[in-house]
Design a protein around this ligand. Sequence first.
Ligand SMILES: C[S@@+](CC[C@H](N)C(=O)[O-])C[C@H]1O[C@@H](n2cnc3c(N)ncnc32)[C@H](O)[C@@H]1O
Length: 277
Amino acid sequence: MQQPKRPPQLGEVQETLLIPLYARAVETRKRHGMLTDPRAVEMVDALDYDFARFDGATSLLGANLRTLLFDTWTRDFLARHPTGTVVEIGTGLNTRFERLDNGTVHWIDLDLPDVIKLRHTFFEDTDRRRMLAASVTDPTWTDEVRKLPGPYFLVAEAVLIYLDEEQVRAVFDLISERLPGALLALETAAARMVEQQDSHDVLGKVTARMRWRCDDPKTVEHWRTGIQLADSCTFTHLPTPMARHLSLTYRLMLRTATLLKRRDMEAYRFNLFRFSG
Ligand SMILES: C[S@@+](CC[C@H](N)C(=O)[O-])C[C@H]1O[C@@H](n2cnc3c(N)ncnc32)[C@H](O)[C@@H]1O
């Protein structure tokens, strides 16, 4: 018998997790989608939420491209450090572990308490993977990470843009002091993107708003010594192996969008920071 759908019961910023979740479910239902995520389909089907408000938004494709890029960076890390630890900061209902588990990685899924409560209804802790309820701004999560084998790869996909710059700086300080040697993947949104978000095709449909404006991720290196921008790209210049993996349809879409909307696309950057040990 089919279970009744349950309302997600999430705070404002927490609700945004439903956007990438839906993006992955929509892509999975396509015949030639860029990714396959049956768990996302299952979770969307189980939740009582008006996902249809996001239908047709091109940003859903953008969310999936971002996910694939962050998967690529995480996979590269695991190829070099198969027994290291990955921390998915602001994990939402992300399924990166399901895609990338190599049988030896240690993994923490960190998010605010209401998200972790919801996440527990779909996922179980194991000996190598566990959920942690805390804000990324609360230093205690780093204590849990430090108990696990290094090196550490931290992924904050669509998370820190919702914080004030002051809070983002505090997170960078925390990582510098408590997790030296770590790598952190995150995106930055330029001021013009943050200012135009009310008319954004998916963000305009939820209450949460991006707050951190960052026109140039290179400037973050000046926040304190030891922070290095190891890689940075936009949708217009995705790493070649990843772009090659996309179908011709998606490559043509990206090329067209690059020609017509280059400035908009370059306002959103994907970055990999290294914290020197
Ligand atoms: C757009 S969703 C992204 C979810 C997930 N990273 C993904 O790509 O599917 C933003 C996530 O950041 C989380 N988040 C926002 N502020 C946070 C904070 N201070 N500490 C931890 N997580 C936070 C939200 O609860 C939400 O799950």
